[in-house]
Every structure is written in structure tokens, then in C-alpha cells.
Design a protein around this ligand. Structure first.
Ligand code: ZN
Length: 297
């Protein structure tokens, strides 16, 4: 059998992640009865390599996906046949669905020449991909608990970044995988967000008894980072609310409210800085004005 060179960081005896790839922080947990994968690498050869590495620890029982954005789910294609895919209904309904702002399949392909040139021969064309992107077959609303070997996986519905957002709490490891409810030391993407729900979800995560917090993006951290994320969301919302209160137009708000100096964009997506600042401000402006902010309030 070929030697498998590890691409993962070992966070606890049974928890593996990688925070150094373009895309999200894909992870897996080893149990006495197989492996549970949480999000897949966006880069195709990395997805293939992570699957191979996970399978050296046992059969993959489940693949849990935390949100419908391309950087968390495009790699599912390369996990076809590896375990049951589990996701929230709000994710299932939006799985790789193009929006006016972003074509997720094109965005996945954009990364390949620079970050994964060897992937050219394994990338499907659009039609082949969409014929079987490896969406969830266990699809639920609310929360769900999976018991695998000696481990418990509490899938917590934590909407805010997206409607179908999940956090995965593994009490035996004292670890929570928050997905993009936490962007650690990098830019937060707000365009599909509901900030008030997001703040509630952060409170839910804060209540957990965990030692390690694996964010959707950026380095592994602790529960303390919940406060930093919360403060940043409140700052964005307050800045746009103030703009609306002053009667600034949507374009004026986009031009003047920005937090690009605060954090870099996560690995390999620096060129998206303008897109993030523009759509964050625009989406908050749209939501706040729809709620009647700026009309005598
Ligand atoms: Zn993400």
C-alpha cells in the first residue's frame, strides 16, 4: 500500500483539520467505528488526498457539510461513495445554486490554475458535475445528533452566515467545528447573512463546554474568539445603520463603509477583498432599509 503523507493538523487524538488550504478548513474525526468528515477541500487534488488519508483511519461513515458556499461543498464531488452525506435543509436547497453575484462552479474552477494545476485531469465539466455533486441524502431541520462508535456528533443549526448553517459539537473531544459562524483573523463574508440570527448562534456556541474551536476559516482557536466575531458583526451593522440614518444612498454607503484594513482575506482569495466589502455593505444596507431604518427611526 502507498504511504500516505499527512496533509492534516492533528488537533486532538481523534480530530484532524487543515487551515492552510485555499477554501474552508476541511476536517475529520476518527471513531471506534469509522471516520466522520466535516466539510471537504475545495481544491480537487486536496479533496482526493484528504479522502485517502481519512480512509487510512477506517471507513468514512458520514460526511457532514456545514453550509452551501462553494468552498465547503465543491469537494463533495470527490467523496462520492464515501459515507452518507448529512446536511441541513437550508443547505440542501441552496447546494451550488448560482446567484446573481456568484456562479459557484465558475468560482471553483477559477482557483485551479494557480492553486491546484494538477487537478485539470480530474475536474468534471459543468454538466457532469451537476449530474451528481454528492448532495445530502440525510436532510433535516432543527438539530440532529449522530452517534458513531464512541463519539457523539451534535449537529447544531446555527443560522446567520447562511440559513442552513451548522456547527458540529463533539463533546468527547471537547471540540466544536463552527463553520463560517467564525472567521478567525480573516474577513467575514456577510452577503447571505442575517446578522441578528448570527449573533444568537454565537451565543449558542459560547454555551458549549469545549476547549478547541475549529473555525470555518483561519487558525484553530478557542471559545474566546466568539467575542471577537460578535464585536465585528456589531461593528459592521452599526456602521451601516449609522450610514442609513444619515441618509446615505446604497452607493455612498458602499464607498464609505469598509473594514478592509481590519483583516486579510483568507488564503488565496485576496482578490475578493473589494467584492466582500461591497457586498457586505450593500446587503446590510438593503436589509436595514427594508426594515425601515433611516425613515425617522
Ligand atoms: Zn467558507
Amino acid at each position: 500500500m502507498d504511504q500516505v503523507v499527512s496533509m492534516m493538523e492533528r488537533v486532538t487524538p481523534n480530530v484532524f483539520t487543515t487551515t492552510r488550504l485555499r477554501g474552508c478548513n476541511p476536517s475529520f474525526v476518527t471513531t471506534s467505528d469509522g471516520v466522520v468528515v466535516i466539510d471537504t477541500p475545495q481544491l480537487p487534488t486536496r479533496a482526493v488526498a484528504m479522502r485517502r488519508e481519512a480512509e487510512t483511519h477506517g471507513v468514512i461513515r458520514y460526511l457532514i457539510t456545514t453550509e452551501p458556499h462553494v468552498d465547503h461543498i465543491f469537494g463533495n464531488y470527490f467523496f462520492r461513495g464515501a459515507g452518507t452525506v448529512v446536511e441541513h435543509r437550508g443547505l440542501f436547497d441552496n447546494f451550488m445554486v448560482p446567484t446573481p453575484d456568484l456562479d459557484p462552479f465558475a468560482y471553483a474552477l477559477e482557483a485551479i490554475p494557480t492553486y491546484d494545476p494538477d487537478a485539470a485531469s480530474i475536474v468534471p465539466d459543468r454538466e457532469t458535475y451537476y449530474a451528481d455533486p454528492n448532495k445530502g441524502t440525510v436532510v433535516f431541520t432543527g438539530d440532529l445528533t449522530l452517534r458513531v462508535g464512541d463519539h457523539t456528533f451534535n449537529l447544531l443549526h446555527t443560522p446567520g452566515h447562511t440559513p442552513g448553517q451548522l456547527a458540529v459539537h463533539v463533546p468527547e473531544e471537547r471540540v466544536v467545528f463552527t463553520g463560517d459562524t467564525i472567521f478567525c483573523e480573516c474577513q467575514t463574508w456577510l452577503m447571505t447573512s442575517n446578522v441578528d440570527q448570527w449573533l444568537e448562534s454565537l451565543e449558542r456556541i459560547r454555551q458549549l463546554d469545549v476547549e478547541v474551536l475549529i473555525p470555518g476559516h483561519g487558525p484553530v482557536t478557542t471559545l474566546k474568539y466568539v467575542e471577537t466575531q460578535r464585536a465585528f458583526l456589531l461593528e459592521w451593522k452599526a456602521a451601516v445603520a449609522a450610514a442609513v440614518a444619515k441618509g446615505w444612498s446604497r452607493d455612498e454607503t458602499i464607498a464609505r463603509v469598509r473594514f478592509d484594513e481590519r483583516y486579510p482575506v483568507d488564503i488565496g482569495q485576496g482578490y475578493m477583498m473589494e467584492h466582500i466589502q461591497t457586498l457586505n455593505a450593500a446587503s446590510l444596507w438593503d436589509k436595514l432599509t427594508a426594515l425601515g431604518y433611516g425613515k425617522g427611526r
